[in-house]
Ligand binder design. Structure first.
Ligand SMILES: Nc1ncnc2c1ncn2[C@@H]1O[C@H](COP(=O)(O)OP(=O)(O)OP(=O)(O)O)[C@@H](O)[C@H]1O
Ligand SMILES: [Mg+2]
Length: 257
C-alpha cells in the first residue's frame, strides 16, 4: 500500500508546490516509486518539472471517462517519479463531482492498491471539494506555512478542515513546515517561536528563504537537479550540523513510510 501525503494550506504562495515537488523528487532519487498528483487548476507541478500542462486529473476522476491510473499517469522525465498533471479542466471536474455520490472517496478509491511506495498530493490554495478528496485519501497531512502574522490562522484553518472530516478521514498531521525562513530577521524568528509555542512538536525545522527555489522552478528543474547545495535543501549551518532544509524534512517523511 502506498503512503499518501497531502501538502495543504488554504493560504496561497506558502511553498506547497515547492515542498511537494522537492519531497516527491527527493524520495524518488532514493529509489522509492513515487507519484505526484496536482490537485490545483494552476498546473504548477507540470511547470516545476518542465512539462506541458495536461488534463490527467480530469481524466482520472471524471466518472464519465473512467480512465485508469495507468492510462493517465505522465512520466516526469526523472527516474521513479510519475505525475498526474492538472490544468484549467480541473475546474470543470470539480463541477462534475458536485453531483456524484460518495465523491469525497473518489481519489482514495482510485489510489487503493496502486504500485507506488509514496503518493504526494499538491493541493490548491482554496478550500474546495478537492481538499476534502485529498484529506480522505491521505495518510498524512503536511502543512507548509510562511512565517507571517497570519500564519497561525492559516495552519489552524487547515487543521480545522481535517478535524471536520474525522468521521471519514484517517489522515494524521505529519508536521507543520515553516517556509521562507529568514534567519537574520527578527520577525521571522519571532513568528517561528510563536508557531512552535502554539503547535509544539508538530512544527518542523524551517526551510530557508532561497531564491534558487524560484530559479529552479522557472527552468522546470527540481532543486536536487538545479542546485544540490541550495540553502532551501540543506538548511543553515549550525556548528557541525545543518538545521532546517528539505533534506531534514525528507528524513522525517522517511520515518512515516
Ligand atoms: N523557500 C523559498 N524561498 C524562496 N522562494 C520560494 C521558497 N519556496 C517557494 N518559493 C517560491 O515562491 C513562489 C510560491 O511557491 P509555491 O508555488 O511553492 O507556493 P504554493 O503554496 O504552491 O502557491 P499556490 O498557493 O499559488 O499554489 C514560487 O515562485 C516558488 O518558487
Ligand atoms: Mg501551488
Amino acid at each position: 500500500m502506498p503512503t499518501i501525503i497531502a501538502i495543504l494550506n488554504q493560504k496561497g504562495g506558502v511553498g506547497k508546490t515547492t515542498t511537494a515537488v522537492t519531497l516527491a523528487s527527493g524520495l524518488a532519487r532514493m529509489g522509492n516509486q513515487v507519484l505526484l498528483i496536482d490537485l490545483d487548476t494552476q498546473g504548477n507541478v507540470a511547470d516545476s518539472l518542465g512539462l506541458p500542462h495536461g488534463d490527467d486529473l480530469r481524466r482520472l476522476l471524471s466518472p464519465d471517462l473512467r480512465c485508469t491510473l495507468e492510462q493517465v499517469v505522465t512520466p516526469s522525465g526523472l527516474d521513479h517519479l510519475d505525475v498526474i498533471r492538472s490544468d484549467k479542466s480541473t475546474t470543470a471536474l470539480k463541477q462534475t463531482l458536485v453531483g456524484v455520490n460518495l465523491r469525497e472517496y473518489i481519489l482514495a478509491d482510485v489510489l487503493q492498491g496502486s504500485g507506488y511506495d509514496v503518493i504526494a498530493l499538491d493541493c490548491a490554495p482554496s478550500v474546495d471539494l478537492l481538499h476534502f478528496v485529498a484529506l480522505v485519501a491521505a495518510d498524512f497531512l503536511l502543512i507548509p506555512t510562511r512565517l507571517d502574522k497570519l500564519a497561525v490562522n492559516g495552519v489552524r484553518d487547515a487543521l480545522q478542515t481535517l478535524a471536520a472530516l474525522k468521521r471519514i478521514s484517517h489522515c494524521q498531521v505529519a508536521g507543520i513546515l515553516p517556509t521562507f525562513y529568514e534567519r537574520v530577521t527578527l520577525e521571522s524568528h519571532e513568528q517561528l517561536v510563536h508557531l512552535a509555542r502554539t503547535f509544539g512538536r508538530l512544527v518542523l525545522p524551517p526551510i530557508p528563504q532561497d531564491t534558487q527555489c524560484r530559479v529552479a522552478s522557472r527552468y522546470g528543474k527540481t532543486l536536487w537537479e538545479h542546485e544540490p547545495n541550495a540553502k532551501a535543501l540543506i538548511g543553515y549551518d549550525q556548528g557541525s550540523k545543518h538545521i532546517g532544509g528539505y533534506i531534514q524534512v525528507l528524513d522525517r517523511v522517511k520515518e512515516l513510510l
